[in-house]
Design a protein around this ligand. Structure first.
Ligand SMILES: Cc1ncc(COP(=O)(O)O)c(C=O)c1O
Length: 302
């Protein structure tokens, strides 16, 4: 079964994508009543898998779900899936829905959770995005407030973000900046946002209402370790437009430069030096992490 494009695991059973089906009664499908994670492999090793599984568990608890699979069980399924591929680079999406049952919002109608894992070839980000930078626009759609579904819960309910990125695409932009009700920046539709001001890296605090990105947390740690000034602070799109540099971060994008905000060029409209330097440090971190993980990977212990 090598050279696959994709493989699906549903509740522990592996199937080709064309045979993988989801019940129309699944609450994930009906209501977005689910949580998920996305990670990827470097050199066949799933990156920061344990951290992603911890966040999956936290997200589930955030919507009142105690996961019916342990992190070790999910990890085991992931390693089993990975063995079916030759590819060095894979995209892995782990989803847990509250399951199926009688139609109705009441979570107690569920007859048990469903676990879905999608493995597929990773489509790398186009290099041009890192050479030229990407553009953001401020969306009219707000990020949902912390007192609704907390954005720090990575739930399957992304409709606000879908509407926000539609606004970006209508304006020819790469992604959208989502604000909170106070007018401060939270994050983009699927990435955390950063600015550089006076050579200091700044990203909004979790209190602004955003997903605590694993890349974001890793970069804060890397900056601190390297004595690079970094802080969590609220900012507005107006402040972004006059920042020295802007960039976005996520597991699949790493550190992606932003060279235009609401049609206004950032700095000299080229990816910033601080952004590139942080990205290089991040790449080093990935390499170190992957070489350590490789020693522990099950296929190296056979
Ligand atoms: C809304 C949102 N913010 C931020 C991120 C970045 O998170 P991470 O760095 O953990 O990939 C994501 C990732 O998908 C996201 O969906």
């Amino acid at each position: 079964m090598k050279n696959l494009d994709a493989l699906i695991c549903i509740n522990g059973k592996f199937t080709p994508p064309e045979e993988a089906t989801v019940s129309v009664f699944d609450r994930g499908f009906l209501y977005g009543d689910s949580v998920y994670e996305v990670t990827l492999t470097y050199d066949k090793v799933p990156y920061l898998l344990e951290t992603h599984l911890e966040r999956l568990e936290r997200s589930a608890l955030g919507i009142g779900m105690e996961l019916e699979w342990s992190a070790d069980q999910i990890k085991d399924l992931i390693y089993r899936g990975l063995k079916e591929f030759d590819n060095d680079r894979l995209y892995i999406r782990i989803m847990v829905t509250r399951g199926c049952g009688e139609i109705g919002l009441d979570p107690s109608l569920s007859d048990g959770q469903n676990l879905y894992i999608i493995f597929r070839e990773l489509k790398p980000q186009p290099k041009i995005y890192y050479i030229e930078g990407v553009s953001l626009i401020t969306a009219g759609i707000l990020r949902n407030p912390k007192k609704s579904v907390d954005p720090n819960v990575k739930s399957g309910n992304y409709l606000n973000n879908v509407l926000a990125i539609s606004q970006a695409k209508e304006k020819g932009a790469y992604d959208a900046i989502m604000l909170n009700a106070s007018g401060n920046v939270t994050e983009s539709t699927t990435a955390n946002i950063w600015i550089v001001e006076n050579d200091t890296f700044i990203t909004p605090p979790l209190e602004a209402g955003l997903l605590g990105g694993i890349t974001r947390a890793t970069l804060i740690e890397i900056a601190q370790k390297n004595d690079l000034p970094v802080k969590e602070e609220n900012f507005t799109p107006e402040r972004m437009r006059i920042a020295q540099e802007v960039f976005i971060t996520s597991s699949t994008r790493e550190v992606m430069p932003v060279t235009s905000v609401d049609g206004q060029g950032i700095g000299n409209s080229k990816p910033g030096e601080k952004t590139k330097a942080l990205h290089n440090l991040y790449r080093q971190y990935i390499q170190e992490n992957i070489s350590q993980e490789k020693k522990k990977a099950p296929w190296n212990q056979d």
